[in-house]
Design a protein around this ligand. Structure first.
Ligand code: AKB
Length: 340
């Protein structure tokens, strides 16, 4: 049996008593879909309400428990869902990622900030706990690039980064001013095979695996020597669950903990793939927008505060992640091949 994290069990509740309820916004996205599956396994499907602005993907997930068509910017709609399901914890994941945000900056501001403030307002009114992901995108070109520390310069130059820093500050504000239990981590690029990312600068680190399995070659939109922090999805899900499960007494930072698992550049990742697919070939066609964003982000963060304050420790390094990605994508392509 999988044990429910303590914060999802009512205070003083004995084993087996009623668990609490979670709402995930942006639940059909790359992180949301895997977090949803994991939380539904832990807490029971009925205790994890999924929401998104679309229903055209991931039908199995949508049908595996409660789902609401909801734009997180709509505070009334959000409040209604929270009340109807007696939600006490929101994982607020709905946001535009860095590359898309750079092409549609006003929309990014409206969604990323509008969604967050409406979640925090409902949290203030109804005493909810909130998880909000920040990102390596919250750093900028003046941030120290190597072993970037938890508390350092944050002057991002992308609209995504602007919304991420503002979001970190807003979460801190709601905690200090209203006591909202807002927590979060600064995610690096997330690598996964179940749901594709969309509109991110780090998306190459997912695309490359599909291209390697399907075509044996990949044309990368970042330069070969662009180092960025990355993390495999099981660790990203673990971080989201563990930070919300952490003893608040031990949290000095609460919001926006640096978390990382590996750092590599495209050339290096290609080397790991080549160890398993010897003929794999990488070439480059640089996208200036995404390259400029990547160049403004750290090469590698340190995540000491997360390790000390709530026991963060990733399980996957680049080698283990690469082997698992290739194996899982091959399995999926074999299934698809046989289904034809
Ligand atoms: C992006 O590339 O925009 C995201 C991120 C690092 O926050 N994956």
């Amino acid at each position: 049996m999988i044990r429910a994290p303590s914060r999802f069990v009512k205070r003083g509740a004995s084993k087996g008593e009623q668990m609490k309820r979670v709402l995930i916004t942006g639940a059909l996205g790359q992180l949301g879909s895997e977090l949803a599956t994991s939380l539904r396994e832990r807490l029971g499907a009925d205790n994890v309400v999924l929401s998104d602005i679309r229903t055209d993907v991931n039908r199995d997930l949508i049908e595996s428990g409660p789902f609401e068509l909801l734009d997180a910017v709509d505070g009334r709609g959000l409040s209604d869902v929270v009340r109807r399901y007696d939600v006490d914890t929101v994982y607020h994941l709905a946001a535009l990622l860095s590359a898309t945000a750079e092409t549609r900056p006003q929309e990014a501001w409206n969604l990323n900030m509008g969604g967050l403030i409406s979640v925090l307002e409902v949290a203030r009114e109804r005493g909810l706990a909130v998880f909000t992901p920040s990102s390596i995108g919250s750093f900028g070109p003046t941030t120290p690039k190597d072993w970037t520390s938890q508390d350092t310069l944050q002057r991002p130059t992308s609209m995504y980064g602007v919304t991420k820093v503002a979001g970190e500050l807003l979460c801190d504000y709601y905690f200090h001013k209203y006591g909202v239990d807002a927590r979060g981590v600064r995610y690096p690029g997330l690598i996964s095979y179940k749901t594709q990312p969309g509109g991110g600068t780090t998306d190459y680190a997912v695309e490359i695996f599909y291209a390697a399995v399907e075509h044996g070659r990949y044309t990368c939109f970042l330069k070969g020597d662009t180092y960025l922090d990355m993390m495999y999805m099981p660790d990203a899900v673990k971080a989201a669950v563990d930070i919300m499960d952490a003893d608040p007494e031990h949290l000095r930072h609460r919001n926006a903990f640096n978390v990382t698992a590996m750092s590599f550049c495209p050339e290096e990742l290609a080397g790991y793939i080549r160890a398993l697919i010897p003929n794999f070939d990488i070439s480059y066609k640089v996208d200036p927008i995404r390259q400029a964003i990547a160049d403004s982000w750290p090469n590698r963060m340190e995540d000491y505060a997360a390790r000390v304050e709530w026991g963060w420790k990733p399980e996957y390094d680049t080698e283990r992640m690469t082997a698992d990605m290739l194996e899982k994508i091959r399995e999926r392509s074999n299934v698809a091949e046989h289904a034809r």
